[in-house]
Design a protein. Structure first.
Length: 337
């Protein structure tokens, strides 16, 4: 692929960067249906991309960065991978050297070609989409106890469950146990209809949703019937020793200090444990300290335990979610300042 920067014209018209792509079929995939991929890059980087035969011309102040993103995505296609909107977003986030967290373009192209940092499951391959997510995934594989802390939508639980499924189908663990504190966020469990399982299941739904993304429905149902995969409230963990298991505690900010200590001490031989939480969404009664905050304070310097932190920049849901989080954070800062 050739890149030809054009000299700045004397009449003040914008400088353009011309990129040539040898495989026209891959170029069509790169552009997307009705050039929707180019439109996404234009919107996110405030550039203009023109499709001319087997070339793309990029105009605008961020043309160098846009060209880097296009090169990464083309390398991805050359490696036999598809390009989805989330992949474009990831290429832009991970390529932002001006933010100090991105890798060089050559490193990213090599990453796409060798398939690094992929999490294989039965239904899909999952990739971290920000630098913080990359560090998190590395620690999930490298540490027996890992914490992921940050706002909603940053992939903390989703990536943790993906790694758990990967470990299960790879034979590294014998079972997956997913847990959450059954703490009401404005509602009361006792007023919900049904038996205890029916009362608790709505609180566990995000964990069911993640599993459904990674395992075929019939296989997931069988694994749950066999107790190879368990989803249970935190209170059900008391008295158990969890050996050869991949264990996730989600919404850990709603665990009390006593519950957190109880859960952490369930870790048995051959097991791995992941704790995820959002310090801004504590639903415990007023005056009851969060077990997540205490665990951070006590375990922060313990060797072998990893802590990964996320911010609104790592939100991979709708872009508006990041703006909402930033607005709330700014408001909280203004009220306490």
């Amino acid at each position: 692929m050739a890149i030809t920067p054009l000299a700045a014209p004397t009449d003040g018209t914008p400088v353009e960067l011309s990129l040539e792509f040898p495989d026209n079929r891959l170029l069509i995939e790169l552009c997307g249906e009705f050039d929707r991929n180019l439109a996404q890059i234009e919107h996110l980087l405030s550039v203009h991309v023109l499709h001319r035969g087997n070339r793309l011309a990029v105009l605008g102040d961020a043309r160098e960065r846009a060209a880097e993103v296009l090169r990464k995505l083309y390398a991805r296609l050359e490696a036999g991978r598809g390009v989805e909107p989330g992949d474009i977003d990831a290429a832009i986030r991970l390529g932002g050297s001006d933010e100090g967290t991105g890798a060089r373009a050559g490193d990213q192209i090599e990453m796409f070609q060798r398939g690094a940092l992929e999490i294989g499951t039965r239904k899909k391959t999952v990739e971290p989409r920000t630098a913080a997510q990359q560090d998190y995934v590395r620690n999930l594989f490298a540490h027996e106890l890992a914490f992921g802390i940050g706002p909603a939508g940053t992939g903390k639980t989703y990536l943790a469950v993906a790694v758990g499924v990967n470990q299960l189908i790879g034979g590294q663990v014998d079972k997956i146990i997913l847990s959450r504190p059954a703490v009401e966020a404005g509602e009361r469990l006792g007023f919900l209809p049904g038996d205890m399982k029916e009362k608790v299941d709505p609180y566990m739904q995000p964990l069911y949703d993640a599993l459904n993304d990674f395992l075929p429905g019939k296989q997931l149902q069988k694994l749950m019937e066999e107790k190879t995969i368990e989803i249970a409230p935190l209170a059900f963990m008391r008295g158990r020793t969890l050996s050869n298991a991949y264990v996730v505690l989600d919404e850990a900010q709603n665990a009390t200090a006593m519950q957190m200590k109880m859960f952490l001490t369930r870790l048995g031989q051959g097991s791995r444990m992941v704790i995820t939480g959002d310090r801004s969404q504590v639903d415990l009664p007023r005056g009851v300290p969060s077990g997540l905050a205490e665990a951070e304070r006590i375990l922060g310097k313990v060797k072998g335990i990893s802590f990964n932190y996320f911010t609104s920049k790592d939100v991979v849901r709708h872009p508006m979610v990041a703006k909402i989080i930033e607005a709330y954070d700014a408001d909280a800062g203004g009220q306490t300042g």
